[in-house]
Design a protein. Structure first.
Length: 201
Protein backbone atom coordinates (compact mmCIF):
# COMPACT_ATOMS: atom_id res chain seq x y z
CA UNK A 1 0.00 0.00 0.00
CA UNK A 2 1.28 3.46 -0.91
CA UNK A 3 0.62 6.06 1.77
CA UNK A 4 0.26 9.12 -0.40
CA UNK A 5 -1.52 9.91 -3.62
CA UNK A 6 1.52 11.14 -5.52
CA UNK A 7 3.70 8.08 -4.84
CA UNK A 8 0.76 5.84 -5.71
CA UNK A 9 0.21 7.62 -9.03
CA UNK A 10 3.91 7.54 -9.94
CA UNK A 11 4.05 3.78 -9.24
CA UNK A 12 0.85 3.14 -11.19
CA UNK A 13 2.19 5.03 -14.21
CA UNK A 14 5.08 2.50 -14.35
CA UNK A 15 2.83 -0.58 -14.02
CA UNK A 16 3.57 -3.69 -16.09
CA UNK A 17 1.41 -6.18 -14.19
CA UNK A 18 -0.60 -7.29 -17.21
CA UNK A 19 -0.42 -7.39 -20.99
CA UNK A 20 -2.37 -4.14 -21.44
CA UNK A 21 0.87 -2.26 -20.72
CA UNK A 22 2.18 -3.42 -24.12
CA UNK A 23 -0.47 -1.58 -26.14
CA UNK A 24 -1.27 1.46 -24.00
CA UNK A 25 -0.33 5.03 -24.88
CA UNK A 26 -1.00 6.35 -21.38
CA UNK A 27 -1.95 4.87 -18.03
CA UNK A 28 -5.26 6.46 -17.04
CA UNK A 29 -4.84 6.79 -13.28
CA UNK A 30 -7.88 8.92 -12.44
CA UNK A 31 -9.02 12.51 -12.18
CA UNK A 32 -10.82 14.76 -9.75
CA UNK A 33 -10.80 15.92 -6.19
CA UNK A 34 -8.88 13.42 -4.06
CA UNK A 35 -10.66 14.75 -0.98
CA UNK A 36 -14.10 14.18 -2.47
CA UNK A 37 -16.48 11.84 -0.70
CA UNK A 38 -17.96 10.48 -3.93
CA UNK A 39 -16.00 8.17 -6.24
CA UNK A 40 -17.17 7.17 -9.72
CA UNK A 41 -15.68 4.00 -11.20
CA UNK A 42 -15.86 3.04 -14.86
CA UNK A 43 -14.64 0.00 -16.72
CA UNK A 44 -11.46 1.05 -18.46
CA UNK A 45 -10.05 3.66 -20.84
CA UNK A 46 -11.21 3.87 -24.43
CA UNK A 47 -9.29 5.37 -27.34
CA UNK A 48 -9.59 9.04 -26.32
CA UNK A 49 -8.78 8.27 -22.71
CA UNK A 50 -5.71 6.27 -23.75
CA UNK A 51 -4.51 9.18 -25.88
CA UNK A 52 -5.17 11.87 -23.27
CA UNK A 53 -4.44 9.97 -20.04
CA UNK A 54 -7.73 11.03 -18.45
CA UNK A 55 -10.91 8.99 -17.84
CA UNK A 56 -14.17 9.72 -19.67
CA UNK A 57 -13.03 12.35 -22.16
CA UNK A 58 -14.82 11.01 -25.26
CA UNK A 59 -18.49 11.38 -26.18
CA UNK A 60 -19.53 9.23 -23.23
CA UNK A 61 -17.47 11.46 -20.97
CA UNK A 62 -19.18 14.58 -22.29
CA UNK A 63 -22.56 13.03 -21.50
CA UNK A 64 -21.31 12.05 -18.05
CA UNK A 65 -20.10 15.61 -17.39
CA UNK A 66 -23.50 16.98 -18.42
CA UNK A 67 -25.39 14.65 -16.10
CA UNK A 68 -22.98 15.46 -13.29
CA UNK A 69 -23.35 19.21 -13.87
CA UNK A 70 -27.14 18.90 -13.71
CA UNK A 71 -26.81 17.76 -10.09
CA UNK A 72 -24.00 20.20 -9.28
CA UNK A 73 -21.19 17.66 -9.43
CA UNK A 74 -17.98 17.94 -11.44
CA UNK A 75 -14.59 16.29 -11.78
CA UNK A 76 -12.96 19.67 -11.10
CA UNK A 77 -14.82 20.19 -7.85
CA UNK A 78 -16.45 17.51 -5.79
CA UNK A 79 -15.97 13.99 -7.18
CA UNK A 80 -13.17 11.67 -8.25
CA UNK A 81 -13.34 9.39 -11.32
CA UNK A 82 -11.31 6.21 -11.82
CA UNK A 83 -11.59 2.91 -13.68
CA UNK A 84 -11.34 -0.79 -12.86
CA UNK A 85 -8.46 -1.16 -15.34
CA UNK A 86 -6.07 1.74 -15.90
CA UNK A 87 -4.96 0.80 -19.42
CA UNK A 88 -7.03 0.52 -22.58
CA UNK A 89 -8.07 -2.96 -23.68
CA UNK A 90 -7.36 -3.24 -27.44
CA UNK A 91 -10.37 -2.45 -29.64
CA UNK A 92 -12.31 -1.50 -26.49
CA UNK A 93 -13.04 -5.13 -25.61
CA UNK A 94 -14.17 -5.88 -22.04
CA UNK A 95 -11.13 -6.21 -19.76
CA UNK A 96 -10.38 -9.89 -19.06
CA UNK A 97 -10.92 -11.08 -15.46
CA UNK A 98 -7.15 -11.55 -15.02
CA UNK A 99 -6.52 -7.97 -16.20
CA UNK A 100 -9.11 -6.69 -13.72
CA UNK A 101 -7.50 -8.71 -10.91
CA UNK A 102 -4.00 -7.53 -11.85
CA UNK A 103 -5.14 -3.90 -11.79
CA UNK A 104 -7.48 -3.90 -8.80
CA UNK A 105 -4.85 -3.14 -6.16
CA UNK A 106 -4.34 0.31 -7.68
CA UNK A 107 -8.03 1.05 -7.23
CA UNK A 108 -8.02 -0.49 -3.72
CA UNK A 109 -5.14 1.83 -2.82
CA UNK A 110 -7.01 4.83 -4.28
CA UNK A 111 -10.07 3.91 -2.20
CA UNK A 112 -7.94 3.44 0.93
CA UNK A 113 -6.41 6.91 0.56
CA UNK A 114 -9.59 8.67 -0.49
CA UNK A 115 -12.01 6.99 1.92
CA UNK A 116 -15.11 7.75 -0.16
CA UNK A 117 -18.53 7.56 1.48
CA UNK A 118 -20.30 6.80 -1.80
CA UNK A 119 -19.06 4.77 -4.77
CA UNK A 120 -20.98 4.92 -8.05
CA UNK A 121 -20.25 2.11 -10.51
CA UNK A 122 -20.56 3.27 -14.11
CA UNK A 123 -21.83 0.26 -16.02
CA UNK A 124 -22.00 -3.49 -15.78
CA UNK A 125 -18.30 -4.35 -15.60
CA UNK A 126 -17.58 -2.13 -12.59
CA UNK A 127 -20.83 -3.11 -10.88
CA UNK A 128 -20.14 -6.83 -11.34
CA UNK A 129 -16.58 -6.53 -10.06
CA UNK A 130 -17.28 -4.27 -7.09
CA UNK A 131 -20.89 -4.92 -6.06
CA UNK A 132 -22.24 -8.26 -7.19
CA UNK A 133 -21.10 -10.61 -9.97
CA UNK A 134 -24.76 -11.46 -10.65
CA UNK A 135 -26.00 -7.85 -10.80
CA UNK A 136 -28.62 -7.06 -13.44
CA UNK A 137 -27.84 -3.43 -13.97
CA UNK A 138 -30.96 -2.65 -16.03
CA UNK A 139 -33.05 -3.66 -12.99
CA UNK A 140 -30.82 -2.78 -10.09
CA UNK A 141 -29.36 0.60 -11.12
CA UNK A 142 -30.02 3.44 -8.71
CA UNK A 143 -30.26 1.18 -5.66
CA UNK A 144 -27.84 1.95 -2.81
CA UNK A 145 -26.30 -0.92 -0.88
CA UNK A 146 -23.83 -0.66 1.99
CA UNK A 147 -20.45 -2.44 1.96
CA UNK A 148 -17.96 -1.91 4.80
CA UNK A 149 -19.40 1.49 5.66
CA UNK A 150 -19.45 2.67 2.03
CA UNK A 151 -22.68 3.22 0.11
CA UNK A 152 -22.52 1.75 -3.38
CA UNK A 153 -24.78 2.28 -6.35
CA UNK A 154 -24.63 1.27 -10.00
CA UNK A 155 -25.85 3.34 -12.89
CA UNK A 156 -25.96 2.77 -16.64
CA UNK A 157 -22.71 3.36 -18.51
CA UNK A 158 -22.68 6.64 -20.50
CA UNK A 159 -21.60 4.75 -23.65
CA UNK A 160 -24.65 2.49 -23.25
CA UNK A 161 -26.82 5.62 -22.96
CA UNK A 162 -25.36 6.94 -26.22
CA UNK A 163 -26.34 3.66 -27.90
CA UNK A 164 -29.73 3.65 -26.21
CA UNK A 165 -30.87 7.22 -25.51
CA UNK A 166 -34.28 5.96 -24.32
CA UNK A 167 -32.55 4.99 -21.07
CA UNK A 168 -31.26 8.51 -20.33
CA UNK A 169 -34.21 9.55 -18.11
CA UNK A 170 -33.82 6.40 -15.99
CA UNK A 171 -30.09 7.05 -15.60
CA UNK A 172 -30.76 10.66 -14.70
CA UNK A 173 -33.03 9.45 -11.87
CA UNK A 174 -29.93 7.74 -10.45
CA UNK A 175 -28.03 11.03 -10.47
CA UNK A 176 -30.95 12.75 -8.71
CA UNK A 177 -30.97 9.96 -6.09
CA UNK A 178 -27.23 10.44 -5.67
CA UNK A 179 -27.61 14.20 -5.16
CA UNK A 180 -30.30 13.53 -2.56
CA UNK A 181 -28.04 11.11 -0.71
CA UNK A 182 -25.09 13.54 -0.79
CA UNK A 183 -27.26 16.29 0.66
CA UNK A 184 -28.78 14.00 3.30
CA UNK A 185 -25.32 12.97 4.46
CA UNK A 186 -23.80 16.44 3.92
CA UNK A 187 -20.98 15.00 1.82
CA UNK A 188 -20.43 17.76 -0.72
CA UNK A 189 -16.87 19.01 -0.26
CA UNK A 190 -17.57 21.87 -2.68
CA UNK A 191 -20.22 23.19 -0.34
CA UNK A 192 -17.75 22.99 2.52
CA UNK A 193 -20.20 21.94 5.23
CA UNK A 194 -17.24 21.38 7.54
CA UNK A 195 -15.76 24.89 7.20
CA UNK A 196 -16.47 25.65 10.86
CA UNK A 197 -13.66 24.02 12.88
CA UNK A 198 -14.34 22.05 16.06
CA UNK A 199 -13.96 24.26 19.14
CA UNK A 200 -10.88 22.31 20.33
CA UNK A 201 -8.94 22.64 17.08
N1 LIG B 1 -15.43 4.12 -20.46
C1 LIG B 1 -15.01 3.79 -19.22
O1 LIG B 1 -15.55 2.88 -18.58
N2 LIG B 1 -14.02 4.50 -18.69
C2 LIG B 1 -13.43 5.51 -19.32
O2 LIG B 1 -12.52 6.12 -18.76
C3 LIG B 1 -13.88 5.83 -20.60
C4 LIG B 1 -14.87 5.13 -21.15
Amino acid sequence: MYQDWNTLEQACLQCRKCGLCETRTNVVFGVGNENAKVLFIGEGPGENEDLQGEPFVGRGGQLLDKMLAAVDLSREKNIYIANIVKCRPPHNRDPFPEEQEACLNWLRNQVALMKPKIIVCLGRIAAMKLMNPQIKITKEHGVFIERNGVLMMATLHPAALLRNPNNKPAAFEDFLALRKKIDELQLDVAKDYRAVPDSDT
